[in-house]
Design a protein around this ligand. Structure first.
Ligand SMILES: N[C@@H](CCC(=O)N[C@@H](CS)C(=O)NCC(=O)O)C(=O)O
Length: 315
């Protein structure tokens, strides 16, 4: 038997090697609160990966099966937040300490960026329902890339929705919110890892970075709230411009036209995360998002195309 005959695709994965039958199994490190982990989950579903082929390792928290559970997690007191992404063992897999991470025995290193992970999944096998997620047409490919870069850009960073404050009353609300305990839990974890490994630059930097936010939120007397409020306002202005850009670049019925592409799988979880961060429970209700941005950009109106892309999430 020649080697070509020995290498054949199998449902449970791809066979590698010629002398031994070696299956690969994927491990995806994920977290329910992460929009970018959501991209990996959508990719797995689009490509028809079964539970037996993929191990999902929840970093930090439990597994959640639907949005309601995610809301509960986000609003509970975060004594369950363990900041496992800072664990030295996890950092060996993903030095950026982010989720998602995709590991497989045949990969020399885990994939640590959502874009790479989704492309990898797309190339691994045909899509279940329609064409592959990477557009064949070069112009569509660059449209998809531009959209993906836009939702990953600083302009559309959802952190401002979670941690931004425009005035004192919002600041006090944030102080009393579960996000405060989230920041505190991260600080506890970082201090623990930093003191165990004081020369590690990663922990040294992170403990200062998260510590600044933590002490600001815990009401440090030196906190310059005025600058923080102005910074939030500037971020919302950029967020509005980013949404306008997104609206202009989207084609319908899907982000890049006639069928689902990589771009839809990035945009939908990002948008869903944005809405949930604002306390929206109905994914077709954009009023809170519009209202929030209008506090800074009074004439802001969300165009009609972005909500259509969000519908992909619900199908
Ligand atoms: N560019 C990275 C960003 C991933 C990312 O920032 N993930 C967030 C969750 S949505 C995270 O893990 N943050 C770690 C932290 O907050 O410390 C990617 O696309 O994979």
């Amino acid at each position: 038997m020649d080697s070509a005959q020995k290498v054949r695709p199998l449902n449970a994965g791809v066979l590698i090697g010629v002398d031994k039958l070696i299956y690969w199994q994927l491990t995806v490190f994920s977290w329910i609160g992460s929009q970018w982990a959501g991209v990996a989950h959508l990719g797995l579903a689009e490509k028809g990966f079964g539970n037996e082929e993929v191990e999902i390792k929840e970093i930090d928290l439990r597994k959640f099966s639907h949005a309601q559970e995610k809301m509960e997690m986000l609003t509970q007191t975060n004594d369950k937040v363990k900041a496992e992404n800072f664990d030295p063992e996890y950092l060996k897999k993903n030095p950026n300490e982010t989720v998602p991470t995709l590991a497989a025995s045949h990969l020399s290193q885990p994939l640590v960026d959502t874009r790479q992970i989704l492309e990898y999944l797309d190339q691994s096998r045909p899509s279940v329902k329609g064409p592959n997620l990477t557009p064949v047409d070069l112009q569509d490919q660059s449209r998809a890339t531009a959209l993906i870069e836009l939702v990953h850009s600083n302009d559309l960073e959802t952190g401002v929705i979670i941690f931004g404050c425009l005035n004192d009353s919002e600041f006090h609300r944030l102080q009393a919110s579960p996000f405060m305990t989230y920041v505190a839990a991260r600080q506890t974890a970082l201090e623990k890892y930093h003191s165990a490994d004081p020369t590690n630059l990663f922990y040294g930097t992170k403990v200062i970075e998260n510590g600044a936010l933590h002490s600001f939120l815990t009401g440090s007397p030196n906190a310059d709230r005025t600058t923080f409020f102005a910074d939030t306002s500037a971020k919302y202005t950029r967020f509005a411009a980013g949404l306008n850009m997104l609206e202009r670049q989207i084609l319908l019925p899907y982000a890049v036209g006639d069928h689902v592409t990589l771009a839809d799988l990035h945009i939908a979880p990002w948008l869903s995360h944005t809405l949930y961060a604002l306390g929206t429970t109905d994914p077709s209700d954009f009023s809170k998002l519009e209202g929030r941005i209008q506090q800074v950009v009074p004439n802001f109106k969300l165009g009609p195309k972005i909500p259509v892309v969000e519908e992909f999430w619900q199908t």
